[in-house]
Ligand binder design. Structure first.
Ligand code: B3K
Ligand code: ZN
Length: 882
């Protein structure tokens, strides 16, 4: 809705509704432009509430077509209806009563993709967070739980399929070519979990037998002809259902579980009870069209939405401030699932890379907010990496502090105690405090204090006393609205290594709490002293990234090299390589800026190649180790006054040096890892492909020509290899004939597959350099680009703005102008998409001053535009204020 000034909603103002909603009975008569919605609601006044208090129902862009009280038309004097609110007065003091609300809505015109809309001829809904109020007037908040019956009436030929939440009750003909279906969901739910789908789709069917022996029908609906591409999603769903039973003791609770894939969707997917709706990008896969990364994403998102059935649906959130209660916890669960299905260490490294690239950036900029915010103007702007990923890390820290047994006990208590309720973060934390007897009040600061804590580490070895001391000091930086912070409870896993890399036994005898291999930093400054350490040890700290903090620890390069070679924590081995590489890359950036050439880094390169050639390590890990810190990683470490061109040059230089020194090794890896067997998406095969393709990247660089990549493009028999080869050609040999030929070949081959053409868009959108902008302009006019489809926009404009530092931040600021124009145009149709795109500029203040000034003026132009959505207005004003 376009509101002039976004109202601020505060957690402190929470109070329950005046009326309790008991039952919801919805009837939809579907029509592309005039869908009639009749909603019968049974309410009673909550005990103790003022007898004259009116019933207030939320709306968004609605017109009231009829209002009945106990089946009788209401007197107009008894209510007031505006597009955003229906107020009904003079209602019974305590007896239950029925209100019938009739609205007519236009799904075809719904370009916001919130509420009921049409995508490719399919009716579908998206109600989280506040989309249900675009369908009918309703107490549209997550603490209003009710039991729903849904009747759907629609033209039978166009909509053979009529779906909603819960179990199917029955259906029949309805005359005039129409038919109807009725659905009943026995589980009380908030309106944001409501869903309806109607249309003509193909289906993939299977069944799952739960631990207690109930058979559940599984159905995945996709466009006709795409059924074979839903097989992997079905397999991931069954594995998710089994895993949740085995690891969390959670069984599914309806007779049927359905997933529908649609092509116009603002996000990845939505966990509507029993009827998940997915962006088709996260359902459809086959070896010819999906990459290993696509398969891994599908597995993770199918799991995530399924896991919401317990963490989100059975136990929901009291209010939107508690969003992390379902999202952070469910991300933690899907991370654990993927870690169990794949390689735990490699998964953890990928998670941390993502956390740092997205959440750490958010947490250090103008949009920083606590995992549980205290206020918001637009809730859709809080589906952030802080709520999701940092929320997951906070859950992980609870598991680290309590240990696996107590964590499980706490989760079980949470499920027992709060099933069927709308809960709070306090409810959740209390379960862990109750089972462990631990005081978690300081720990709870993680939910309320924004900003990534910095932990400074110094160590001292006293040879005569044979004691080793670790001194830690924490600092949580100021963030918008929170100038002063209190010390947090930071659990740091650690280990001590001997000079030969062997693990040393260590238990502290003085200082802060140490439990097992976890140091508990709880004060601003704290020391931990270990006795009986016979020789100077090397400290491996924050193992498996047990706490989402920034460590400042000047470890000697020799110590880092030792950790990289010998630590038994693979995450720390990867981290040590990163800690060797980042300072080198930052120093080279400075050299390049002052007109010098970059330095040689023999020790770093040797450490990288030692890992690359170690056949005892899993290939996926070796691939991760070989992929140097990204340009964005370097920019973060650089700390401010960022010149993306210099960073790019420094990184390219190091890549080339590694490529030259490792040429023979990379050639060997490319040959050895080229498999003759059929493609399989499993993690081990994907890891081998990742290492082979990383080796190919270095070979392409070393040989400075398109031959290798062009050959790989020609030979590729799966999308992972094909899109990688195309990326190498486009990014490293852009002006060559081979590249032009491959781009044209790819386009022609996949012209009928929008999801694959999205890859073609993003590969081209991320070609480094100032020319990128012209390329974007050209591609925007390409017939297969569609500014109304979020996937297309994200593939082209999103990839450019988020993932092409040299192209997007070109010094003349021209790309900022383009993005501002696009944001303003998209905002008129789809505010959520526009607001998300806008966050690509959240770190503009870190750029060198010329670019920062140009970015600021583009942002000011957005802020000054007329008729901005609440979504964009909220983000742009916070960015400019920060
Ligand atoms: N719960 C949804 C996200 C809804 C976003 C609304 N703007 C998907 C998920 O996190 O599982
Ligand atoms: Zn979620």
């Amino acid at each position: 809705m376009r509101t002039e000034t976004g109202q601020v909603i505060r957690l402190a103002d929470y109070h329950p509704t005046d009326f309790v909603l008991e039952r919801v009975d919805l009837t939809f008569e579907l029509d592309p432009t005039k869908t009639r919605v009749e909603s019968r609601l049974i309410f009673h006044r909550r005990e103790g509430v003022d007898k004259r208090a009116p019933l207030m129902l939320d709306g968004d862009d609605l017109a009231l077509d009829g209002l009945l009280f106990d089946q009788i038309e209401m007197d107009a004097a008894q209510y007031t209806a505006t597009p955003s609110l229906l107020v009904i007065r003079d209602l019974p003091e305590s007896a239950p009563f029925e209100i019938t609300v009739i609205t007519t809505i236009n799904p075809e015109a719904n370009t916001q993709l919130m509420g009921l809309y049409r995508s490719g001829g399919i009716y579908c809904t998206q109600c989280e967070a506040e989309g249900f109020r675009r369908i009918t007037y309703f107490p549209d908040r997550p603490d209003v739980l009710a039991i729903y019956t849904v009747n759907i009436i629609a033209d039978k030929a166009a909509n053979p399929l009529l779906l909603s939440n819960g179990n199917f009750l029955g259906g029949a003909g309805y005359g005039e070519g129409k038919h109807f279906a009725a659905w009943f969901d026995p589980h009380p739910k908030p309106s944001y979990l409501f869903a309806l789908v109607a249309g003509d789709l193909g289906v993939v069917e299977d069944t799952f037998t739960t631990l207690s022996g109930r058979e559940v029908a599984l159905k995945i609906y996709v466009e006709h002809g795409k059924e074979p591409r839903a097989a992997y999603a079905m397999d991931a769903l069954k594995r998710s259902m089994k895993w949740d039973e085995e690891v969390f003791g959670r069984e599914y609770d309806l007779d049927i579980f359905m997933i529908v894939a649609v092509s116009d969707f603002n996000m990845g997917a939505m966990e509507n009870k029993g009827l998940n709706i997915f962006n088709d990008k996260y359902v459809l896969a086959d070896p010819q069209t999906a990459t290993d990364a696509d398969y891994a994403n599908i597995e993770a998102i199918i799991a995530h939405e399924y896991f919401h059935n317990w963490t989100g649906n059975r136990i929901t959130c009291r209010d939107w401030f508690q969003l992390c209660l379902k999202e952070g916890l469910t991300v933690y669960r899907d991370h654990e699932f993927s870690a169990d299905q794949r390689s735990r260490a490699v998964k953890r490294i990928a998670e941390v890379r993502h956390l740092r690239a997205e959440q750490f950036v958010e947490d250090s900029g103008p949009l920083a907010h606590p995992v549980r915010p205290a206020s918001y103007r637009e809730i859709n702007n809080f589906y952030t990496t802080t709520v999701y990923e940092k929320g997951s890390e906070v859950t992980r820290m609870i598991a680290t502090i309590l240990g696996p047994k107590l964590f499980k006990k706490g989760m079980d208590l949470y499920f027992d105690r709060h099933d069927g309720e709308a809960a709070t973060v306090e409810d959740f934390v209390r379960c862990f405090a109750d089972v462990s007897g631990r005081d978690l009040s300081q720990f709870s600061l993680w939910y309320n204090q924004a900003g990534t804590p910095h932990v400074t580490v110094t160590t001292d070895y006293d040879a005569s006393a044979k004691s080793f001391r670790i001194d830690l000091e924490q600092m949580v930086p100021p963030t918008p609205g929170q100038p002063n912070k209190q010390p947090m409870h930071i659990p740091l896993r650690f280990g001590l290594l001997s000079a030969k890399g062997a693990s040393l036994k260590a238990s502290a005898v003085e200082g802060g709490e140490v439990s097992g291999d976890v140091l508990h930093l709880t004060e601003q400054k704290q020391s931990f002293v270990f006795k009986g350490i016979k020789s100077k040890p090397v400290l491996s700290l924050n193992r498996s990234f047990s706490a989402p903090v920034i460590l400042h620890f000047s470890q000697a390069d020799t110590d880092l090299a030792l950790i990289a070679r010998h630590d038994n924590d693979l995450f720390c081995r990867w981290q040590a390589l990163t800690d060797l590489a980042l300072p080198a890359l930052c120093a080279d950036t400075k050299r390049i800026l002052s007109g010098e050439t970059a330095a040689d880094h023999p020790a770093l390169i040797e450490a990288l190649l030692a890992i690359a050639s170690d056949d005892t390590l899993e290939p996926a890990f070796r691939a991760q180790a070989l992929s140097l810190p990204s340009e964005a990683d370097i920019a973060r470490d650089y700390g401010g006054n960022i010149d993306p061109d210099a960073i790019h040059a420094a990184r390219q230089n190091l890549l080339k040096s590694v490529a030259e020194k490792g040429h023979d090794l990379f050639a060997r890896l490319c040959t050895e890892l080229a498999t003759a067997t059929a493609y399989s998406p499993d993690a081990a095969s994907a890891g081998r492909r990742a290492l082979k393709n990383t080796a190919l990247l270095y070979l392409t660089l070393a040989e400075a020509g398109p031959a290798r990549a062009a050959e790989a493009y020609g030979k590729a028999d799966n999308m992972t290899d094909l899109s990688h080869a195309l990326t190498l050609l486009a990014h490293y040999c852009p002006e060559t004939e081979e590249t032009q030929a491959a781009l044209a070949n790819f386009e022609a081959r996949y012209s009928d597959n929008a999801l694959v053409i999205d890859k073609w868009f993003s590969i081209q959108a991320t070609i480094p350099g100032t020319d990128a902008l012209e390329r974007i302009r050209t591609l925007m006019h390409y017939t297969r680009y569609n500014a109304g489809n979020p996937n297309r926009v994200r593939a082209l404009i999103g990839s450019f703005a988020f993932s092409n530092p040299t192209g997007f931040h070109r010094a003349d600021g021209a790309a900022y102008d383009l993005i501002a124009d696009e944001i303003l145009a998209i905002d008129k149709r789809n505010p959520q998409l526009a607001a998300r795109l806008l966050t690509s500029m959240r770190s503009f203040a870190m750029l060198e001053s010329n670019r920062a000034t140009k970015a600021r003026s583009a942002l000011s132009r957005i802020a000054a535009a007329q008729g901005l959505s609440n979504d964009v207005q909220d983000i742009v004003s916070r960015m400019l204020a920060g």
